[in-house]
Design a protein around this ligand. Structure first.
Ligand code: BTN
Length: 287
């Protein structure tokens, strides 16, 4: 780890001035999961205060029980990654909450480009890749009623300076260091990440305040923005691990942000299954 690279709130605060996240940073040398901390703050308040406000950020140097999607864990070694969770009170219905994960992917992509120059891809819904290997993941959790989100937590993990991974991830995981051959400042990266997520989240809030009430039109600009950032959005031959598995060609996002896949049995919408590229030579029968 770069000696000067502890993510201290004192060093971070001046780098994220004028964002909605500037006044409420919580940093931990070690914790179970920053998403767990943020969810607890959503429920009970941060540091014993009631009603933790929108914009609290939870950061850790190490997680002992980092959470991934679908009950997986997130490998969170000390001092080499970014483990960051944002607490939000978005004016969204639960059915529209996928947009939070999708804009976080755009923010990660912008951050990595700004700091390292590396070009990342987004594999729907929230894996960030360099080449075919994953270097960052996003886990959005929330408390909601039927028609509104009470609070949501967007958790982002980025593999920054990892030199190797445990054997079970070695074929599929990478880090910015492994891809570029250089170490990167986690402080600069996390500051850029917070600024980028601030931009994307404000754009989402502006969208929600627009007078348009037709979802397909309301989310259209965000939909186009996300689609333009992901090689998976259009025309990619994929297999989908959902409903027994099927394959087809991706065909953009629907108004809630779900991925459409054109199969030989018609258009299907991926709800939460994983999507993987299918080798052109394999069978793409649309099953
Ligand atoms: C995934 O790809 O499965 C999502 C991984 C999300 C990991 C981040 S690390 C910071 C935050 N805290 C957690 O426990 N998980 C998320």
């Amino acid at each position: 780890m770069l000696a000067s690279d502890l993510i201290s709130p004192e060093k971070l605060a001046p780098l994220i001035r004028n964002t909605i996240f500037s006044g409420n940073l919580h940093h931990y040398p070690q914790t179970e999961s920053t998403n767990l901390l943020a969810m607890q703050a959503g429920a009970h308040g941060a540091n014993g205060r009631e009603n933790a406000p929108e914009g609290a950020v939870f950061l850790a140097e190490e997680q002992t029980a980092g959470r991934g999607r679908k009950g997986h864990s997130w490998h969170s070694e000390r001092g080499n990654g970014i483990y960051c969770s944002f607490l939000l009170h978005p004016p969204l219905s639960p059915g529209d909450s996928l947009w939070l994960s999708l804009i976080a992917g755009v923010a990660v992509q912008d951050t990595v480009k700004e700091i390292s120059g590396l070009q990342a891809d987004i594999r729907w819904p929230n894996d960030c890749l360099i080449g075919e290997k994953k270097f960052a993941g996003i886990l959005t959790e929330m408390s909601s009623e039927a028609s509104r989100v009470n609070y949501a937590v967007v958790g982002i993990g980025i593999n920054v300076n990892h030199e190797r991974f445990p054997s079970e991830f070695a074929q599929t995981a990478t880090s910015l260091r492994l891809e570029s051959g250089t170490e990167w400042s986690r402080l600069e990266l996390v500051a850029a990440l917070i600024r980028a997520f601030d931009r994307e989240y404000r754009a989402l809030l502006r969208t929600m305040n627009s007078p348009i009430r037709t979802p397909a039109l309301l989310f259209e600009p965000i939909m186009r923005r996300v689609e333009s950032r992901s090689s998976y959005a259009h025309g990619k031959l994929v297999e989908v691990h959902e409903d027994g598995g099927y394959s087809g060609i991706t065909d953009g996002l629907d108004p809630r942000g779900f991925l459409r896949v054109r199969t030989d049995r018609g258009l299907r919408v991926v709800i939460s299954g994983s999507v993987r590229p299918l080798n052109e030579k394999s069978d793409a029968s649309g099953t």
